[in-house]
Design a protein around this ligand. Sequence first.
Ligand code: ATP
Ligand code: BTN
Length: 268
Amino acid sequence: MDARALEAIREAVLPELPGFEVEWLPQIDSTNSELMRRARVGRLAPVLLVAGQQTAGRGRLGRQWFSEADAGANPAGDAALTFSLGLPLAPLNWSGLSLAVGVSVVQSLHPDLRLKWPNDVWLHDRKLAGILIETANLPDTPATRYAVVGVGINLKARAATGLRTAPAWLGEVLPGIGAAAALLRMAAPLVQALLAFEQRGFAPLQSRFNQLDALGGVAVSLSDGTQGVAQGVDGLGALLVHTAHGLKKIISSEVSLRPLNPPPYENL
Ligand code: ATP
Ligand code: BTN
């Protein structure tokens, strides 16, 4: 990603977040891991770290996030976008943060995108992007934590081999979009969404999430054994599932959700 693109992103975000910097690294294990390492040694300034390539991209629950190297100076050649935004945050309640990030990402990118609780962006029942949020304690300020919000997005077609859900890519709905253009669309709204979440929590986004929910009204099965029909989320972002034993509220972020009858290409 070239210096002008990075500067345009910095200028778009700076009014929202004083001291904000943008940094591009050609290669790193994981942008989330790097910002968490920095936080642990007291580097707590707000920053957007973008990677040309991640060698050990991480998803939830110890899973991997795969992304090809981008094409460096040629923005039209970008295959993927991987970045993490790090900033100190002090919400009253952290519940629903990954959902709030998902709503922001979808609204910035394209009206056809949908959300799959708790952290995936889908396009036509395939996974386009994943969100991984981690936080670090700050000494002496228990209400504030350093939040690292990581987002990985497929920009170009990629194989389904080895993935739990078939992949989608942003080029399907925004042909030719590169990493810089995608990031410029998302960065400032994402910072605004995080600052709004800090003030008001998830509740104001509940109905928006439910409008964007890929699995609302769909028969689902969860990794904790629950089966039923997904009913969207409550005001704290907990998943509601109508089961044979009544309405169940899923709070745990350790749980995975799948459609009971996935589309046939999922098994390719
Ligand atoms: P859930 O989020 O509901 O638990 P998930 O299958 O999406 O289910 P995650 O932990 O969110 O699981 O995401 C990690 C998974 O994302 C990996 O196990 C892999 O299957 C998938 N994945 C990794 N890289 C990509 C990619 N570039 N595009 C699409 N999917 C990917
Ligand atoms: C998931 O689907 O479970 C989350 C995937 C998150 C991937 C992004 S890519 C940028 C940041 N760095 C990582 O190692 N993970 C996140």
